[in-house]
Design a protein around this ligand. Sequence first.
Ligand code: FAD
Ligand code: DLZ
Ligand code: SF4
Length: 509
Amino acid sequence: TETLRFVLGDQLTRSLSALSDLDPEADVVLMVEVGDETSYVRHHPQKIALILSAMRHFAEELREKGVTVDYVKLDDTDNTHSFSDELARAVKRHKPKRIVATEPGEWRVWEMMRDWESDMDLPVEIRADDRFYCSRDDFAKLVEDNKTGRMEYFYREMRRRTGLLMEEGEPAGGAWNFDEENRKSLPKGLETPHRMRFHPDAITEEVLELVAARFDNHFGDLEGFGWAVTREEALRALRHFLKDCLPTFGDYQDAMKTGEDYLFHGLISPYLNIGLLTAHEVCEKAAQAYADGEAPLNAVEGFVRQILGWREFVRGIYWTEMPDYVESNFLNAKRDLPAMYWGAETDMRCMSECIGATRRNAYAHHIQRLMVTGNFALLAGVEPRQIEQWYLEVYADAFEWVELPNVHGMVMHADGGRLGSKPYAASGAYINRMSDYCKNCEYSLKQKTGKEACPFNYLYWNFLIENEDKLGDNHRMGLIYGSLRKKSEAEREEITRSAKAFLDGGDWP
Ligand code: FAD
Ligand code: DLZ
Ligand code: SF4
């Protein structure tokens, strides 16, 4: 064998850099299912099934093209269950002259990979992952040039560089951002599209059996698995989104509704993250829909910003800030993650809706993650490590490079403001404005303190009180700290006592 090409479970892209100069006559592609990866956190069973099934299908597709694929299955008897040891075994089998790989998505694996050359005693070439618009080096340069302070400026730079939604050097429609138009709540009776799901084929059925047998003690349902597991299916899912959802995506981007798990969202993050779709094709097709008059600018710009802006930005932050990034805990949050995150009963309707959807689907849309489960963890002062692990486990799209900056930075403000200038803290009023959850909730949104009050109400003020020394002079929070300072000592005390009763088991005021 000339070259052994190692392809990881989130690198299932035919144009992957590690495969670019593949010679089917001389090379072997290595893919391995290993316990280290299926178990480094207790992934949602649907996430494991998605990845293993997509890996097996990808291997089949390569074989159909005449490529030799050496594929190690999870239940193969000699499986050592580690990337490095499986690579070493494969080197013995194939005696390659060199190894080629694409840089991984996680620091943990990157550290492993950097030892391969000395461990294997062979030349190892680790190539940049060019499925992103902005390479790790490019982002690092932007940091040096001071152009990555905030997502918005990074995003504008990326729009200029790519020409996406640009008209003669100016942003289409004369503005970079149409967020103002993207905060509508759902009108009564608005119909939501029926979402495309995919029936498991024989390969997926086999994987589902394996996952059911091995991982049934992980949080999450496996029944109803309907994710796309091939590129062809993922392309169908994308076409369905562009046609049936994108035109309305912008208007209701921030809305939430009981029993509506998907609304008008893309449902494509797992496919982007494991490589069945590329960011380039998704953004270009969305921009084309605008050019063809099939979707309005506020929708297309809002969608493109999530991918060209946020997705690329958080990846850049991850690789420039790791490995120290995880260590910070700016707000010194220390509480344990409440049992309701794992499905324990709660009277908080918003939480039970979002966690229930997560359990059923290995999916929740952005505003549920940010403003419900995320907001609660922030206000309750949950220890960052614990809530990070939760997000990494429960979503089909969760990989550390994208999960960590979103949770540690955007939600928990644990990085002291590297990612976002202020935490997205909000009280029950926000959730009530953007959803119908509060109407069916045991708690009273109107009451501000006491046993019957919506916990988000007093937790919000309690959060501001607890963190006054750290956030009180944040100029973007000036207004809100102004209102806090107008509260009487008695009011503050009531807030603190309610929060203590709810979080730590004190007496109710
Ligand atoms: P849409 O709403 O249709 O958005 C389109 C695409 O934009 C998504 O597919 C995704 O690729 C990208 N995108 C949108 N928002 C973000 C963002 N904040 N960061 C990065 N990409 C974004 N996304 C993940 O892919 N993996 C994660 O582990 C993850 N964890 C998150 C944790 C928290 C606390 C929060 C607030 C957000 C997280 N996100 C994560 C971002 C976002 O919530 C999901 O990408 C989105 O919900 C996926 O669903 P969708 O494809 O329907 O997205
Ligand atoms: C997430 C995951 C899982 C559950 N299983 C595997 C696996 O068996 N084999 C594999 O190559 N990759 C798997 N993955 C994805 C890896 O965790 C991912 O490639 C690394 O974390 C780098 O991002
Ligand atoms: Fe959630 Fe409070 Fe609304 Fe209940 S009243 S659904 S706890 S925001």
